[in-house]
Design a protein around this ligand. Structure first.
Ligand code: ADP
Ligand code: MG
Length: 466
């Protein structure tokens, strides 16, 4: 019967998908209405649960109508990728279209070995080097640390590991990480690998599919400097576990790890505590928003780069000053502004003027800075609305009339300020960040159902923004 079910599955998902995900699935037993199946890795298990649960169940039901439940387990006789063994978890029948993500499909048909592919690294932009990186108050420390890492030689003692750089969008993280990679790969005999977190994820997934996961891991551990960009996109329990192993293995072997993300380690909510503390154990540097002088410097360096190919292109000082003063703090917009001026002046064969600049970059102008809301203000306004005192909100009292307002206040603090969860926890009488996270999730869930609460929250937001 098992072979008939497999046959149905194969027809239902297609040969490619079947070989990728189900070829190593075994039947462990059938008991009344439940079927026990096993796969060799936790990763396969969670992938099948998330994407094919319904298919698997319906293929069984076609053969054995009384089956209502599939228990998927991880076979224990394999290398301990994560925990050696875990309790069977019921596969819930969820609505899914049952097709793997497009990225995964494309790797399935790629002729080259997935390991090789994944370890080819993510593409590097030849312009993102130390030479074109402008140093200013916002990034002095991050730049110095990155340089230090890039100049290291094989076997040098590692000063800070990992080096963890965080900053908002467009503030130069990718630029700095790629600069480290370029410098490292050109100067020394070290092997520096730049990977986006997504690439890491897909590399790992692809390696599992072609059963080269071990080779993938070995190859990763042979790197001298591993550079991972946009860590906040690392998703999935088993890729995270894999990342954690790789991180530990590299650090323990004295190899350098450099990471960038859009938030500090403590705010990477989906990551395991152990990974977070390991990340926080190196050097964590924040890059601030690009100040006006830095913006001006970046604009100038962009103009200089453009002039290498377009000698007649020039941007007058007053235009540069105007752009530095008005454009958003995002480095991408600075680059975009110069590109537009270049395109416009080339196409129309006109010199760049202030008037042209004002017209061309109108949509990149920074809006008025929004009012900065303070946590104290939130506490005060919430306390007034719910008729409790501010010290009630900070206290450990757990009566319902205090708990809900406190959760609302924490939710507002997370959504209206840039404070991290641990920081908010501290400001609410020294609570743990998980308590804050719980409050935020709770209120998020409630406002989508409870219109009265949702209106209260909206009204509080309005009061605070006025
Ligand atoms: P992030 O990865 O933090 O989102 P990027 O590194 O992609 O930001 O930077 C966005 C753009 O701004 C890129 O074109 C980058 O070259 C430029 N940029 C940001 N900071 C600097 C800097 N300090 N010097 C030169 N260019 C910068
Ligand atoms: Mg980036």
């Amino acid at each position: 019967r098992w072979s008939r079910v497999k046959g149905r599955l194969r027809t239902s998902v297609g040969e490619d998908v079947y070989t990728s995900w189900f070829a190593r699935m075994d039947l462990e037993g059938v008991q009344e209405e439940s079927v026990r199946l096993s796969v060799p890795t936790r990763f396969l298990k969670s992938w099948i649960q998330a994407h094919y649960a319904e298919r698997v169940l319906s293929c069984w039901q076609a053969e054995l109508p009384e089956v209502h439940r599939i228990d998927l387990t991880v076979r224990s006789a394999v290398r301990p990728v994560v925990q050696p063994k875990e309790a069977p978890a019921p596969v819930e029948a969820r609505r899914m279209d049952g097709r793997p993500a497009p990225e995964l499909r494309s790797t399935a048909t790629a002729p080259v070995s997935a390991t090789h592919d994944a370890l080819g690294g993510s593409p590097l932009d030849p312009r993102l080097t130390f030479a074109s990186f402008v140093v200013g108050r916002a990034n002095t420390l991050a730049h110095a640390a990155a340089r230090q890492v890039a100049e290291g030689r094989r076997g040098d003692p590692v000063m800070f590991n990992p080096l963890y750089i965080h900053a908002g969008v467009g503030l130069g993280k990718t630029h700095l990480l790629q600069a480290v990679t370029w410098a490292g790969n050109s100067g020394s005999e070290r092997k520096v690998l730049y990977l986006t977190a997504e690439k890491f994820m897909y590399g790992f997934v692809a390696a599992l599919k072609t059963q080269t996961a071990l080779a993938f891991k070995e190859a990763l551990r042979g790197i001298d400097v591993l550079v991972i960009d946009d860590l906040q996109f690392l998703q999935g329990k088993s890729t995270q576990a894999e990342f954690c192993h790789t991180l530990n293995a590299l650090i323990d072997a004295g190899r350098q790890v450099v990471i960038a993300a859009d938030r500090p380690p403590s705010d990477l909510e989906s990551l395991d505590d152990r990974v977070r503390s390991r990340l926080a154990g190196g050097l964590v540097v924040e890059m601030g928003s690009l100040g006006e002088d830095l913006r001006l410097g970046i604009l100038k360096s962009r103009v200089a780069a453009a002039r290498a190919h377009h000698a007649s292109f020039d941007v007058p000082e007053e235009v540069l000053n105007y752009l530095a003063r008005t454009i958003t703090h995002n480095g991408r917009d600075l680059e975009g502004a110069i590109n537009r001026l270049l395109a416009h002046s080339k196409l129309n064969n006109q010199p760049v003027t202030l008037e042209m600049a004002e017209r061309e970059v109108r949509d990149l102008i920074r809006p008025q800075e929004p009012k900065r809301i303070k946590i104290e203000d939130i506490q005060r306004v919430v306390a007034r609305q719910y008729n409790v005192s501010r010290s009630d909100l900070l206290s450990s009292r757990r009566t319902a009339n205090v708990v809900r307002p406190r959760q609302v206040a924490m939710y507002l603090a997370k959504t209206l300020t840039l404070r991290s969860l641990p920081e908010i926890g501290r400001r609410f009488g020294g609570r743990d960040h998980t308590t804050v996270l719980h409050a935020v999730r709770k209120i998020e869930a409630l406002v989508s159902k409870d219109t009265a609460l949702s209106e209260e929250v909206e009204s509080l937001k309005r009061q605070l923004q006025e």
